[in-house]
Design a protein around this ligand. Structure first.
Ligand SMILES: Nc1ncnc2c1ncn2[C@@H]1O[C@H](COP(=O)(O)OP(=O)(O)OP(=O)(O)O)[C@@H](O)[C@H]1O
Length: 221
């Protein structure tokens, strides 16, 4: 794996209004600030805009007004790609391609060494599936592979949407361990309706409908 990038982790979402259809904002005046490493949970009711927030971090959604900056880089710029890893809920995989080849492809696309993802296979209980096509995998194992692919690069920001969904005990334990490790020097954004008790949450943001404002609840979990 390449040496970690030299960026100081930070996320600054400033007064952002955005949506998918003109005139129908999903979030209005959203401001969130994360300026030091840790595990930041985003919670809230269905449809309150949590995944929309992830798409602001991913650069897919551009703010109608306001700004989103990652490590002081505009989230919509090409440069932001090097500082973030984003794991959405829906895996996008090739059924006939093997687990090994998916990880190799992910590593190549993020310009990291080919062993970056392979070394984590055993931790998640996937090593015996390495040479199998994805079409042979169970739902939970597909989700594990997707997580490994999305987090193959060592970036200062990691954002994940419901990563525990469908995972077995080994996967949950592995992810808890990795989240704890990452939170020491990265900003990890965890969108999750429920979190395992073992996780040490630095700060929680609660999204609410209909205003869809994020309010730090000030509670350390
Ligand atoms: N691709 C899209 N096109 C149009 N509208 C969308 C799209 N994605 C989300 N929305 C709308 O944006 C609003 C917020 O959705 P979002 O997925 O951000 O909520 P969420 O808080 O993540 O919900 P959940 O807890 O159910 O995952 C919803 O009203 C949803 O219908």
């Amino acid at each position: 794996m390449l040496a970690p990038t030299p960026f100081e982790p930070s996320i600054e979402i400033d007064s952002v209004t955005v949506g998918y259809r003109q005139g129908s904002p999903v979030v209005e005046g959203l401001s969130l600030s994360m300026t030091s490493p840790g595990l930041y949970r985003v919670a809230g009711s269905n449809g309150s805009g949590k995944s929309t927030c992830l798409e602001l971090l991913s650069g897919f959604l551009r703010p109608w007004s306001g700004s989103v900056r990652l490590c002081d880089i505009d989230a919509g710029s090409a440069d932001a790609r090097q500082v973030r890893s984003v794991c959405r809920t829906a895996p996008a995989l090739f059924p006939s391609m093997t687990v090994h080849d998916h990880l190799a492809l992910a590593a190549r696309s993020r310009r990291v060494g080919p062993d970056a993802g392979l070394a984590r296979l055993a931790r998640y209980g996937l090593e015996s599936w390495a040479e199998q096509p994805v079409s042979m995998l169970s739902t939970g194992n597909v989700r594990k592979l997707w997580l490994l692919m999305c987090t193959v690069a060592d970036t200062p920001i990691v954002a994940m949407d419901e990563p525990f969904n469908g995972m077995d005990v080994q996967g949950i334990d592995a992810l808890i361990g990795e989240l704890d490790e990452w939170a020491r020097n990265k900003i990890v954004v965890l969108i999750s309706h429920s979190v395992p008790d073992e996780l040490s949450i630095t700060h929680s943001f609660l999204f609410k409908k209909p205003e869809a404002e994020a309010q730090p609840d000030g509670q350390a979990h």
